[in-house]
Write a protein that binds this ligand. Structure first.
Ligand code: MG
Length: 159
């Protein structure tokens, strides 16, 4: 049985934080604020995989009130999602994601992001799709106040 899930995440851009997306540290004057490393791309992908399983969302498994996840690298969330797929006897098929950021330019980092995400999901980079777009200067993303990510994931589960 083929299952799909959807995920969305947004974090605020603030001074004094590293900008980490898809496990890649990207040079930029601001970074994403959050309890963990605030990797919005990995969070959206995690929710998409959990959604495909019909599981609770990332906040259910990794509450931001739990000190264990303070500053945590978000790859641990993807590793747990992949573990849940395997525990159900499932097989990860693919993920496709879009990053929405006015600045900085993310395209040069996409190949590295795919590698980091594939490793965390125990998958191959060719199973990971990532695109980057701007928000045409509109709204909070256009004003560079935050960065958003959306993702879909597909998994095969036994009948
Ligand atoms: Mg998040």
């Amino acid at each position: 049985m083929t299952r799909v899930g959807i995920g969305y995440d947004v974090h605020q851009l603030v001074a004094g934080r590293k900008l980490i997306l898809g496990g890649v540290e990207i040079p930029h004057p601001k970074g994403l604020d959050g309890h963990s490393d605030a990797d919005a791309l990995m969070h959206a992908i995690c929710d998409a995989v959990l959604g495909a399983l019909g599981e609770g969302d990332i906040g259910h498994f990794f509450p931001n009130t739990d000190p264990r996840w303070k500053g945590a690298p978000s790859k641990v969330f993807l590793q747990e999602a992949a573990r849940l797929v395997a525990a159900r006897g499932g097989r990860f098929v693919n993920v496709d994601a879009s990053l929405i950021a006015q600045q900085p330019k993310l395209a040069p980092h996409i190949a590295a992001m795919k590698t980091h995400i594939a490793i965390a999901l125990n998958a191959n980079p060719d199973q990971i799709g990532i695109k980057a777009t701007t928000n045409e200067h509109l709204g909070f993303i256009g004003r560079e106040e935050g960065i958003a990510a959306m993702a879909v994931a597909s998994v095969e589960l036994p009948e």
